[in-house]
Design a protein around this ligand. Structure first.
Ligand code: ATR
Length: 502
């Protein structure tokens, strides 16, 4: 609770009560006058409350001296009642604060001590030794809250927690790299996870990387995550926005699966795969920029991955990590459904682009019998992609565009050129601006945000049937669901399951 007044904190707690089991009152965020009135806060909340007065060096707002801070803590504990629910349930005392009288007062009336260590700059190397030695008596709960600047930092915290299994502790990896530690508290060996009511602008996040309380409870089903929960997620970097958790968690909930799907931002895939092993992750969606880099880390791979050279799905099997590519099937299913066809025989198709996405597209078009022309800005890449299939190729120039004359039953745009956030002030967001649509082409753009790229808008205005990449996104995710769980995707849920952030 980080609002400036106790009254406002109570209001916020009331609003989010059904999502939270406990509250932490951050006294350092209160206005000075309000700090004097904290003693009655616990009995007004109806939930166990942690009393914390965080110093600025630990990421808090308290800038007074230690004497003033200690007397505020004492004020919080004063006039303790025999009915423990009217007292603070926990007192957060930093490991370097030594006030035996305060600890004694807390213990006498059942207020448990959380012995905390914060590092807002980074993650210490010797965390397990620290966790073991921090407790001053067996009834204290150790809290280690450290900033992760890399995936390696998250791994260090996770391993330190594993080495101290059986000890009551709270482990927090602050920042974006460790965001999943806040969801997988159980797997990290942490007693609880801190969250904020981020939509309340006057109650800012208490620490970087916290997940909004409603999101933690409703999207990630935080409270039902236990040791038996199967863990899945999406691996990418920086992975600031992804719709996949929304999709998978919704299906898991509808199916009654004890499973959770989280974002795994990672700056190192080798460090991340160690984390995946420690967390018993069973399935991973792979996205930008790792679809190619992940291949050497696979134990075995599908023919699609071998030929396409890109992998977007990892499944843990008894023989190790299996890599598959569901983009390929997702693409062809989507295009076939759009055209009401069962294959591409006798279809003459132009593919624009020759990157990773194009490789999956061309693989499928070949498998399903199409005749293809590949056009790319960098011509030699088009030639290289076309060669093994004996397909035609060219540049995105006048000569290349002329070749389209014979390949225009279907046109497929695979480059990120028209995607939101790319080329913001650029007119080059239409990679085939020279091409004039006749109106008879069937046109697909793999981009789904925006719904209509400049390219697709132009096609639509000329009278073409158009389809964006959203349907393909859903279909490849359905294949991933099957790959992960061994079950068919529940078709009756199809219309109800959406990707978030679209
Ligand atoms: P992806 O995995 O999304 O396909 P990629 O492997 O980096 O990403 O490939 C990007 C593709 O989009 C390439 O074919 C690239 O063309 P170049 O090979 O010439 O780089 C193409 N591309 C990206 N931006 C483009 C633009 N503005 N106009 C045309 N093509 C573009």
């Amino acid at each position: 609770m980080t609002a400036k007044t106790l009254g406002r904190n109570l209001e916020i707690l009331e609003k989010y009560r059904k999502y939270a089991d406990m509250a932490e009152l951050r006294v350092d965020c209160l206005d000075p006058d309000e700090r004097l009135l904290i003693r009655r806060f616990p009995e007004q909340t109806g939930v166990p409350v942690i009393l914390a007065i965080r110093r600025d060096i630990d990421g808090g707002r308290f800038i007074g001296g230690e004497g003033a801070r200690i007397s505020l803590m004492a004020r919080g504990l004063a006039y303790a009642e025999t009915d423990r629910r009217r007292n603070f349930a926990y007192l957060d005392i930093e490991e370097d604060l030594n006030v035996p009288s305060l600890e004694e007062a807390a213990r006498t009336f059942g207020t448990r001590i959380i012995r905390s260590y914060h590092n807002i700059k980074g993650t210490d190397a010797d965390l397990s030794a620290r966790i073991r030695s921090m407790r001053r008596s067996g009834d204290e709960i150790v809290k280690v809250s450290v900033t992760s600047n890399s995936t390696r930092d998250v791994l260090n915290l996770l391993c330190a927690g594993k080495e101290c299994e059986g000890q009551e502790k709270i482990l927090i990896s602050m920042g974006h790299h460790g965001v999943y530690s806040r969801i997988l508290a159980e797997q990290f060996g942490s007693l609880l996870s801190y969250s904020s009511a981020l939509s309340e602008t006057d109650a800012p996040a208490a620490a970087p990387g916290q997940i909004e309380v409603r999101e933690l409870a409703s999207l990630y089903h935080f409270r039902s995550i236990n040791k038996n929960t199967k863990v899945y997620g999406v691996l990418g970097y920086p992975l600031k926005a992804t719709g996949s958790p929304h999709f998978f968690n919704t299906v898991f909930e509808m199916e009654g699966n004890n499973a959770v799907y989280v974002p795994f931002p990672a700056d190192s895939i080798t460090d991340f795969m160690e984390i995946a092993k420690e967390l018993n992750v069973e399935g991973i969606s792979v996205t930008v920029p790792y679809k190619e880099a992940i291949i050497p880390l696979l134990d075995f791979q599908s023919e699609g991955v071998r030929t396409i050279g890109a992998c977007n799905t990892l499944t843990l099997t008894p023989q190790g990590w299996l890599g598959t590519n569901t983009d390929a099937n997702g693409f062809s299913d989507s295009l076939l459904a759009f055209l009401s066809k069962s294959n591409f025989k006798r279809q003459r198709i132009t593919v624009i682009g020759a990157g990773g996405a194009a490789r999956a597209v061309v693989f499928e078009l070949h498998r399903l019998g199409a005749k293809v022309l590949i056009l790319n800005r960098t011509v030699h890449k088009a030639r290289r992609l076309a060669a093994p299939y004996k397909f035609a190729w060219g540049g995105l120039d006048e000569q290349g565009i002329e070749k389209m004359e014979k390949y225009r039953d279907i046109i497929i745009q695979t480059t990120p050129a028209g995607m939101e956030g790319i080329n913001p002030n650029d007119t080059a967001d239409d990679p085939a601006a020279m091409y004039n649509f006749s109106g008879r082409e069937e046109v697909m753009d793999l981009v789904y945000k925006p719904k209509l790229t400049t390219f697709l808008k132009r096609a639509s205005n000329a009278g073409c049937n158009v389809q964006n990449g959203y349907d393909m996104l859903i279909r490849q995710a359905r294949y991933q669901y099957t790959q992960f769980t061994g079950k068919e995707f529940p078709e009756h849920f199809f219309s109800r399951v959406q990707f978030g952030e679209i």
